[in-house]
Design a binder for this molecule. Structure first.
Ligand SMILES: *Cc1c(COP(=O)(O)O)cnc(C)c1O
Length: 418
């Protein structure tokens, strides 16, 4: 895309765009929920499919002129079904939060109970936080992690499930560095008679590459984003599994009606076209290699940080992310984030389990490798990044930060964004 029209018609947006492009080129994106979307998927997104209204579903639309829109949405659905190995995929959710909204809407009535992972240990806003619709309109219960191991506390979960009988249980992570044990989640869900919803927003790409077990044999519903490890345009998908159909033969209809007309109107068909491209790319051999490398990079980064004296939540990682506990370093997560930003390393502050500090100034930072792996960085570069992070956090002076800034820029130049 050469942006020649944009340049002519709107210099202001054009100039800001090029500043952002430069920022991206010259910095290391280490936020685990972010990635550099493939150019082909971006081209799919920036299309005239944007112009159509297509409320409804393929072949059952409320507007005329949708024959090609139908083709692109059907293609996207087929690719999602095949890739994730599920009987039904609705590709209309605008993003991860709307997909989760639809999951609640499909199986709960307002005021009914849902059990989700606590925000501070890796749950998501939409899993029952009081400030979110999920905590306002539904009765939210939460489970946490074991104080010693930092792993999901299934005993606690079982107790809550037996006593409270929630109707929906979330199995999910956005800051949990370990494998999600789907079978154990399902056991708890069965104790309560609940729907088990696997929200794979972060790990969808790793499931496709075979680097994280699939929830398909255990979950009734699966929700995901398309822009994290999956590396596509921002979007969401909600899927029904065979297990889901065994539990509730009307689940497909419930899900589709929950998305439209329940919680959304006109689908973003340009976004669906971009997601279709991303799903095609994710089905190739190169994507498998990409997933394997994310994990190798993540483990190398984690091991290097541990060797340099950092404490990681659960002691390490099995997936694409890690949470560094900074309490023994005398720096808050917020200050560490700001210092690293100055050095060109983009991370986000994050709570640690049982964090004594408040969420706007928590005790940890969250790091991930999906974006740097997209730049083709490997283990050797991860060791260097661990060294950069260590120097910035240990020394904290202007001179060190600016020295590291220079080194980060040089590293970035050697690994251009595709
Ligand atoms: C990112 C994320 C979402 C929400 O996605 P948005 O696209 O930001 O709405 C939902 N669930 C989990 C676990 C996530 O990490």
């Amino acid at each position: 895309m050469n942006y020649k029209n944009l340049k002519k018609k709107d210099r202001e947006v054009y100039n800001i765009l090029f500043k952002e492009r430069k920022r991206r080129e010259d910095t290391l994106e280490m936020i685990p929920s972010e990635n550099h979307t493939s150019p082909a998927a971006l081209e799919g997104l920036a299309t005239i499919f944007n112009d159509k209204y297509s409320e409804g579903y393929p072949k059952k639309r409320y507007y005329g002129g949708n024959e090609f829109i139908d083709m692109v949405e059907i293609l996207c659905q087929e690719r999602a079904r095949k890739l994730f190995n599920v009987p039904h995929a609705n590709v209309q959710p605008y993003s991860g939060s709307p997909a989760n909204h639809a999951a609640y809407f499909a199986v709960l009535k307002p005021g009914e109970k849902a059990l989700g992972m606590d925000l501070s240990v890796g749950g998501h806003l939409t899993h029952g936080t009081s400030v979110n619709f999920s905590g306002r309109y539904y009765k939210a219960l939460s489970y946490g992690v074991d104080k010693k191991t930092g792993r999901v506390d299934f005993k606690e979960m079982e107790k809550i499930a037996k006593k409270e009988k929630p109707k929906l249980i979330w199995a999910s992570t956005s800051a949990y560095p370990r494998v999600l044990e789907w079978k154990k989640f399902r056991k708890v869900a069965d104790l309560a008679g609940a729907y088990l919803v696997a929200d794979i927003a972060h790990i969808a790409g790793l499931i496709i590459s075979g680097d994280h077990p699939s929830p398909v044999p255990y979950a009734h519903l699966i929700t995901t984003t398309t822009h994290k490890t999956l590396r596509g345009p921002r979007g969401g998908i909600i899927m029904v599994t065979k297990e889901g159909l065994k539990k509730d033969k009307n689940l497909i209809e419930k899900v589709d009606r929950a998305v439209f007309p329940g919680t959304q109107a006109g689908p973003h068909e340009h976004q669906i076209a971009g997601v279709a491209v991303c799903l095609k790319e994710a089905s190739g051999k190169n994507f498998q290699k990409y997933g394997h490398q994310i994990i190798k990079n993540s483990k190398t980064l984690a091991n290097s940080l541990v060797k340099k004296g950092f404490r990681l939540v659960t002691g390490g990682t099995d997936n694409h992310l890690m949470v560094v506990d900074l309490r023994d370093k005398g720096i808050s997560g917020k200050d560490a984030q700001e210092l690293l930003d100055k050095a060109g390393i983009t991370v986000n502050k994050n709570t640690v389990p049982f964090d004594p500090n408040p969420p706007f100034s928590p005790s940890g930072i969250r790091l991930g490798t999906p974006a740097v792996t997209t730049r083709k960085m490997k283990e050797k570069e991860m060791e260097r990044i661990a060294d950069f992070i260590t120097q910035v956090i240990k020394k904290r002076d202007k001179k060190t930060v600016s020295e590291i800034r220079g080194k980060v820029k040089n590293l970035c130049r050697r690994f251009p964004i595709p």
